[in-house]
Write a protein that binds this ligand. Structure first.
Ligand code: UDP
Ligand code: MG
Length: 317
């Protein structure tokens, strides 16, 4: 019998967990011919989530979990999950029921048709502010324009992945992870299905604008080196204009003996170029920072508990 792992990263979800478990049971009890594993990755929750997981795992043999020694973030929780799950396919779900488990049978259907990555695309982004919609749109445009890999818009981590797809993802051991881009980067046969994303079942979102901006920067700098080129392009344009302007000034002062003038224009130019240089330095800094983080060779995560057993696993391949 084929086995399907449901992978659920969670951070402080004590209110959602019981609801989620009920919903999952409803769905998987209806699906015959498949074995299921429900795999939770507790991302260092500070509430009672871990206790709930311990109890659930003792009662239900289909449930497995690992727990991080601290909060590492959802991206890291996912790769840890990839390392641990045992299914022939894995479905990644959020713990807050925003990704409806009712879609799982459809995903399995397409998987059996030979697709390796069945991802769910949001039909609408209801309940989100226009600012969030606009910024996300701009971000996707920018990312898409600067990279050759096709990045799916309005798609999250909610998807079914075949085992071999997982194997490929496990080989990507970057520290600063942008998993959405990796799903595209690895390729394979992809199938899109549509769904309505619901509001959170309980609790609050852990994303704020600061974190989202960071993730966007992560996405850009981990997927394209285009921003680095901006400095060169801009430098080239400015040099060109400078040369023309230099000739103009030379001719003016030689032929017309123009008296010294131009404090305002000089000031503006200096400030402008100075500002641009700082921005370019910042862009370079982003990449240098990434190099620094990757060269430290630290483990991606630290697992401190596995199915009730105290362990220490850094997930080093
Ligand atoms: N999550 C996590 N680690 C974190 C933050 C979030 O594992 O540091 C989990 C969270 O419990 C949920 C999923 O990632 O299952 C999505 O988080 P959230 O609902 O806060 O994000 P949103 O749906 O608003 O994008
Ligand atoms: Mg959510």
């Amino acid at each position: 019998m084929k086995k399907i792992s449901l992978l659920i990263p969670l951070y402080n979800e004590e209110d959602s967990l019981p609801l989620l478990y009920n919903e999952l049971l409803k769905v998987i009890n209806d699906i015959k011919n498949y074995e299921f594993e429900i795999f939770f990755v507790d991302d260092g929750s500070k509430d009672k989530s871990l206790n709930i997981l311990r109890e659930m795992q003792e009662k239900d043999s289909r449930i497995n979990y690992i727990s991080f020694s601290r909060n590492f973030g959802k991206e890291t929780a996912m790769i840890a999950g990839f390392d641990y799950v045992s299914g022939d396919a894995v479905v990644i779900l959020d713990a807050d029921l925003q990704d409806p488990p009712e879609l799982i049978p459809e995903m399995i259907y397409y998987w059996e048709q030979g697709y390796d990555d069945v991802y769910a695309k949001r039909k609408s982004r209801e309940g989100e502010t226009w600012l969030k919609k606009l910024t996300s749109r701009i971000f996707y445009r920018m990312l898409q324009k600067t990279t050759k890999i096709e990045i799916q818009e309005d798609t999250g981590d909610f998807r079914l992945l075949d085992k071999r797809t997982l194997q490929s993802l496990k080989m990507i051991r970057e520290k600063q992870r942008y998993t959405k881009g990796m799903f595209s980067w690895i390729g394979y046969n992809k199938k899109e299905i549509m769904f309505d994303r619901k509001p959170r079942a309980a609790g609050e979102t852990k994303w704020n604008y600061f974190k989202l901006t960071n993730l966007a920067l992560e996405g850009l700098t981990s997927f394209t080196t285009f921003p680095l080129k901006i400095a060169s392009i801009f430098g080239f344009i400015v040099s060109l204009f400078s040369i023309i302007y230099m000739i103009v000034i030379l001719i003016k002062s030689l032929l017309w003996k123009d008296p010294v003038q131009g404090y305002p224009s000089m000031m503006v130019t200096i400030l402008f170029i100075g500002g641009v240089q700082l921005v370019c330095l910042g862009i370079i800094g982003e990449y240098v920072g990434r190099i620094f983080n990757e060269t430290k060779q630290r483990p991606l995560y630290i697992v401190s508990e596995h199915n009730g057993e105290k362990i220490n696993d850094g997930g080093v391949m």
